[in-house]
Design a protein around this ligand. Structure first.
Ligand SMILES: [Ca+2]
Length: 177
């Protein structure tokens, strides 16, 4: 898989009133009460999102537990089969026949949620898998962390997914779910 370590991050405030793209290496981010980019550049404190897309390298075929710790709204999808990035998940659950698995889904039905962990488990083959992560800050502080481990903790111990195991891609079809 070519490209730099990290995932392609699309930051958006108020439906792309402001937006920016960058490669995000660390899947453990704490923005405090600030927006991802300076308020002096027009970014608001709240109601911003980041969509991370790219590929995840799975080192061993195994059952994996993913844990996302964040506030407000977040989701994680993994494609168990198709490596094409054209068919991003657009709904929950993914369309019938799709290989996208909605591993983690936190819609934060109370509007604003305190930071908390949500886990999902799935079986993955060794190799690259398309990955799609969505985070939305409604208000207050903003942070997210994405960890993995195998159910047999001796194979892949719980840790933040390392940047060397993810690759971003450039795609005009990347959209918020
Ligand atoms: Ca928040």
């Amino acid at each position: 898989m070519q490209g730099s370590p990290g995932l392609l991050a699309h930051y958006s405030w108020l439906d792309d009133s402001k937006s920016n793209w960058e490669v995000l290496e660390e899947l453990d981010q704490d923005y405090g009460t600030q927006p991802p980019y300076p308020q002096s550049e027009g970014w608001g404190l709240d109601e911003w999102s980041v969509t991370l897309t790219g590929y995840l390298y799975v080192p061993h075929a195994a059952d994996y537990i993913l844990t996302m710790t964040a506030d407000d709204q977040f989701s994680v999808w993994i494609n168990k089969g198709d490596l094409a990035m054209g068919d991003h998940p657009t709904a929950s659950p993914a369309a019938p026949g799709s290989d996208w698995v909605h591993v983690i889904d936190e819609p934060c039905s109370t509007f604003v949620c305190e930071e908390h962990a949500v886990t999902g488990t799935l079986t993955l083959a060794q190799g690259w898998h398309a990955l799609h992560v969505y985070y939305y800050d409604v208000s207050n502080s903003a942070a997210f962390k994405l960890e993995w481990q195998t159910t047999d903790n001796s194979i892949v111990p719980r840790a933040v997914i390392p940047s060397r195991c993810v690759r971003g891609v450039c795609s005009a079809r990347v959209r918020d779910p």
